[in-house]
Design a protein around this ligand. Structure first.
Ligand code: SAH
Ligand code: SF4
Length: 354
C-alpha cells in the first residue's frame, strides 16, 4: 500500500501486527499528519527497526517534482510533477497575506473536454490515487517550509467527481482531526456538475462545494461544457437543492466571462433565475485566453455590466482575476505544455530535478 493511502487506523493496526507499542503509531501519525513530513529518513524519533518495518510495509515513493515555476508578481508557484508512469500533472501554490492555498489535481487530463479549458484539450490519461492527491499537499508543503498550507482547492487538472472514491478519501483525510485536521471550510471541491455525485457528497463529506457553471442557458452551457448535454441545468439545479437541504452549506458558483459568449444581459438574467432558491456566492472569473482556443477574455465594460446586473438584484459577484498568469496559473495550462515550451516561459524557473 502507498503510505498516504494509510488511515491512522491502518497505521496503528500495521504497527500492532509488527509488535510495536501503541505510542509509535502516534509518532508516525504525528510526522505525517501534523508535521506533514512523509520521508522516513526525517522521522528522527523512530528507531531503525521500526523504519525498516515501515519501509517494508508501505511504498513511500512520491511523484517527482520536475519543475517549479514562481511568478514574480503575485507569489504563485506552480509545481510540475511526474508520476511513476511518467505522466505529468500539476499543483499550484497561492500565497496570500493571511492564507496559503494549494490547488490540487484529481486526474491526469480530463474526459469532459470543456471547450475553454486546456486540461480538456489534453484528453484523459488516468485518475490520480488518494496517495497522489495527498502527495501534492506534502510536496507543496515541503516547498513552503515553515509556512503552513491553510486551504486546499480541487481546481487543478481533472474532474474530481469522476474520481470520486479517491477524492473522497483525500478530502476526508485532509479534514479529519486524526488526519491533517484542516477545517471543512478550507477544503473545496470544484465540479463541472455530476448530479449523483453532488448528492453523494452531501452525505459523505463536510468539505465545501464549488460549481463550474459558466452559463445558465442550456444552449450556451452545452457549447462550453459538453457534460451539460447529459446533465442539463434543471437536473444540476435539482441536485444542488438536494445538496443544500442536506448540508445547509452555501455554494460557490464559478462563472468564467468569455467575450461575446456568456456575458449578455440574457445570460445574466438566466443566472439570476438559476440562483433563485439556492444559497450561493458567485465568483466572476475573466477567461484566461490561450493560443489554440477560439475565445477571448471579456472586456472590462462587459465584465462590469454583467456584475452590475447581478449586484442590482442583490447578488454580490466579485471579479476574481486568476493568479499566476505568468506561470500559466489557470487550470491545466502547465502540463499542457511540452518541456521545450516550458524553457521559453518568461517567469523565473527553478529546475528542482530533471
Ligand atoms: N473539473 C473541475 C475542476 C477543475 S477546473 C471543474 O471544472 O470545476 C478548475 C476551474 O478552472 C474551473 O472552474 C474551470 O472552469 C476553470 N478554468 C478552466 N479553464 C479556464 C480558463 N481558460 N480561464 C479561466 N478559468 C478556467
Ligand atoms: Fe475538465 Fe474542469 Fe477542464 Fe471541464 S473545466 S475540461 S471539467 S478540468
Amino acid at each position: 500500500m502507498d503510505i498516504l493511502e494509510a488511515t491512522p487506523e491502518i497505521l496503528s493496526e500495521t504497527l500492532k501486527k509488527g509488535g510495536f507499542p501503541r505510542f509509535r503509531a502516534q509518532q508516525v501519525c504525528e510526522w505525517i499528519f501534523t508535521k506533514r513530513v512523509v520521508e522516513l529518513d526525517k522521522m528522527s524519533n523512530l528507531p531503525a527497526p521500526l523504519k525498516a518495518y515501515l519501509r517494508e510495509q508501505f511504498t513511500w515513493q512520491l511523484p517527482e517534482v520536475v519543475h517549479t515555476l514562481t511568478s514574480d508578481d503575485d507569489g504563485t508557484t506552480k509545481l510540475l510533477l511526474r508520476s511513476k508512469d511518467q505522466r505529468v500533472f500539476e499543483t499550484v501554490i497561492m500565497r496570500y497575506p493571511k492564507r496559503t492555498t494549494i490547488c490540487v489535481s484529481s486526474e491526469i487530463g480530463c474526459k469532459l473536454a470543456c471547450s475553454f479549458c486546456q486540461t480538456g484539450k489534453l484528453g484523459f490519461f488516468r485518475h490520480l490515487s488518494a496517495h497522489e492527491i495527498l502527495a501534492q499537499f506534502h510536496l507543496a508543503q515541503s516547498i513552503l517550509g515553515d509556512r503552513p498550507i491553510t486551504h486546499v482547492v480541487f481546481m487543478g487538472m481533472g474532474e474530481p467527481f469522476l474520481n470520486y472514491d479517491a477524492v473522497l478519501r483525500a478530502t476526508n483525510r485532509l479534514i479529519s482531526p486524526e488526519g491533517y485536521g484542516l477545517s471543512s471550510r478550507r477544503v473545496t471541491v470544484s465540479t463541472s456538475g455530476i448530479p449523483e455525485r453532488i448528492i453523494d457528497f452531501s452525505r459523505d463529506s463536510t468539505a465545501r462545494l464549488a460549481i463550474s457553471l459558466h452559463a445558465a442557458r442550456d444552449e450556451v452551457r452545452t457549447s462550453l461544457m459538453p457534460i451539460n448535454r447529459k446533465y442539463p441545468l434543471a437536473t444540476l439545479k435539482n441536485a444542488l437543492q438536494v445538496y443544500q437541504t442536506a448540508t445547509g452549506q452555501k455554494l460557490t458558483i464559478e462563472y468564467i466571462l468569455i467575450q461575446n459568449v456568456n456575458t449578455s444581459i440574457a445570460d445574466a438574467k438566466a443566472l439570476v433565475q438559476f440562483l433563485q432558491g439556492l444559497k450561493a456566492k458567485v465568483n466572476l472569473i475573466p477567461f484566461n485566453a490561450h493560443p489554440g482556443l477560439a475565445y477571448e477574455r471579456a472586456e472590462e465594460p462587459e465584465i462590469l455590466a454583467f456584475q452590475q446586473y447581478l449586484s442590482t438584484r442583490s447578488i454580490p459577484a466579485p471579479v476574481r482575476y486568476s493568479r499566476g498568469l505568468t506561470v500559466s496559473g489557470g487550470c491545466g495550462q502547465l502540463a499542457a505544455k511540452t518541456e521545450a515550451q516550458l524553457e521559453e516561459t518568461p517567469a523565473r524557473k527553478n529546475v528542482v530535478a530533471s
